[in-house]
Design a protein around this ligand. Structure first.
Ligand code: SF4
Length: 552
């Protein structure tokens, strides 16, 4: 079953997918055979297989389901009837032992909620009848890439070619990047040029990682970009590789995006052919990026081009955290690492690593074509550049909206066709599950990095979920805490135990303000990674802005 897949430890997750896709589940015998093939202990294989939500480890003698149906019940899907969809699908398929129906967190299709997956087939929006029919028919193959029928835009890789021709030097790219003020658009907002300079200053070999594991509730911009226009991101990746001198690149795509994975596999095949042509045209640009030449230059890309591997996630939100993602690329459980060292110093296989979100890389060809300053001038209200906002919830046209950095919620709602019929703005999530919950009174605040700190909130990956009078902020917070409890990797107690305790406390009609405050403080101060540190944001927001919902 694993023919053609090298028996490497770092490919353990790929092997597990191969087995599960073929067998429907992972029996102990299959895991033992895999451990032998990869020369790993059975315990190592078992702990990885049981860490990821998408692997089904079978008890002895258990028969795996023929089809697994996953129905999203995270906030935007819940607003659109996700729980009802789940109940209907469960009831209709209850008599079929070959079908497993599961409630799952966000699958990145919030623009077309409610969403479900039948095997690897995304269905969004998902009428119950369609989901039931697909499950009964066993139609589980991914829908054909590209999603929604649009072929990838033609793209000439002009900026990369300028770099390979020597018309543009790495230092010019760094200057434009700095002038643009481009920040990491995965959520952290770290200045991109600084990260590049840090990694470039480390001894080789250096590597690169593209994080396509967006799992934040309400976020679907990376899916949108890659499904509709992936080539600028691939050009951006090669520009980064050339400027920073990267040898090996990994693109880690969440398991919920099989259409994007298929499209990227096709694009990467074409890109390898292009790299061969570029090497023939510009031989001086290829060689050993770590070997200075007599003329003071160095090769931009390794001979033959950098190795680029596509990796498949396995349903762990925490792998969106860059060090957890790197652990996963190495074939391990996605446990965030303690810092320092940062991944720019010690990333994949202990080597300096440039880790970026898709959208950050996607902008590079544009800002090199137009100039960094021109890109920066796109922002409004004193903000810099452009943002893609994922807008979902109670609006007429949920979707991915490209707007100037600093756009307000009111403007986004207008872009999305206004509030849905019969709904009035009550509250909103400015940054997915982690960014807090704000009241309608703050609808005119600019939505950008750092602009909401005074309100105890942040925008993260710009996932905006709109709530109306049909929703309660306390229900939203409870839903988000269930999400965090489900996704906590369990490595540190404040997060593992704190999220579970918060889920219980938020069920009380009257919230225990003191206990929640203690919990919030402990989680913020003692959690290892952003998941545990930000998990209190939803309930802290409710206590601050919506106390009428949780007090008598
Ligand atoms: Fe894992 Fe939570 Fe600790 Fe992060 S904060 S390392 S998710 S237990």
């Amino acid at each position: 079953l694993c023919d053609g897949l090298e028996p490497r430890r770092d490919l353990l997750i790929e092997h597990l997918h191969r087995l599960q896709d073929a067998l429907g589940g992972l029996s102990r015998d299959a895991l033992a055979a895999l451990a032998e093939r990869l020369r790993l202990s059975q315990a190592e294989v078992y702990e990885v297989a049981t860490f990821y939500h998408h692997f089904r480890v079978l008890d002895d003698g258990a028969v795996p389901p023929r089809v697994t149906v996953r129905v999203c019940t995270s906030l935007p899907c819940a607003q659109a009837g996700g729980e009802g969809l789940l109940a209907r699908v469960r009831a209709a398929l209850a008599g079929d032992p070959g079908v497993a129906v599961e409630a799952v967190p966000c699958i990145g299709q919030c623009h077309a909620a409610p969403a479900a997956c039948v095997g690897q087939r995304q269905v969004a929006p998902a009428p119950a009848e369609a989901v039931i029919e697909l499950a009964r028919a066993g139609e589980t193959a991914p829908r054909r890439a590209p999603a929604h029928g649009a072929p990838p835009q033609p793209h000439d890789y002009a900026q990369l070619e300028r770099l390979l021709r020597g018309e543009l030097r790495p230092i010019d790219v760094l200057r434009e990047l700095e002038a643009s003020g481009l920040r990491g658009l995965g959520g952290a907002g770290f200045p991109a040029w600084r990260k590049w300079v840090t990694v470039a200053g480390q001894p080789g070999p250096r590597h690169g990682v593209v994080n396509v594991d967006e799992g934040e509730v309400g976020t679907f911009k990376d899916w949108h970009l890659l499904a509709h226009d992936p080539r600028p991101a691939l050009e951006g990746l090669l520009i980064a590789a050339a400027v920073v001198g990267l040898r090996h690149l990994w693109i880690y795509v969440r398991d919920e995006y099989p259409d994007v994975r298929a499209l990227l596999a096709q694009e990467l095949r074409a890109l390898r052919e292009r790299l061969a042509v570029w090497q023939q045209r510009h031989p001086h640009a290829f060689g050993d990026p770590d070997a200075p030449r007599a003329d003071g230059t160095r090769a931009l890309l390794p001979a033959g081009g950098p190795a680029i591997e596509l990796r498949r996630g396995a349903g762990a939100y925490v792998c969106g955290e860059e060090s957890a993602l790197i652990e996963s690329i190495e074939g391990k459980r996605g446990l965030p690492r303690l810092r320092p060292p940062i991944v720019a110093q010690r990333g994949v296989f202990g080597r300096p690593t440039l880790a970026h979100n898709v959208e950050t890389l996607w902008w590079l060809p544009t800002l090199l074509r137009d100039g960094g300053a021109a890109w920066a001038a796109g922002g409004v209200r004193g903000r810099v550049g452009w943002r893609r906002y994922s807008v979902s919830g109670r609006v007429r046209r949920p979707g991915c909206y490209l707007r100037p950095a600093g756009t307000t919620l009111r403007e986004l709602i207008e872009a999305a066709g206004g509030m849905a019929d019969g709904h009035e703005l009550y509250a909103f999530l400015p940054g997915g599950a982690s960014g807090g919950i704000l009241p309608a009174a703050l609808a005119d605040e600019p939505l950008d990095f750092d602009t909401l700190a005074a309100h105890g909130a942040f925008v993260g990956s710009m996932a905006v979920v709109v709530l109306s009078q049909a929703d309660r902020a306390r229900d939203a917070a409870a839903s988000l805490l269930r999400f965090f409890a489900h996704e906590s990797c369990g490595q540190c107690t404040p997060c593992r135990a704190g999220t579970a305790q918060a889920v219980a406390l938020l069920q009380d009609e009257v919230w225990d303000r003191e206990r929640l405050a203690d919990l919030s403080q402990a989680m913020r101060e003692a959690s290892i990674c952003g998941l545990g540190q930000a998990a209190p944001n939803p309930f802290d927001s409710v206590l601050r802005y919506f106390p009428h919902e949780v007090t008598r």
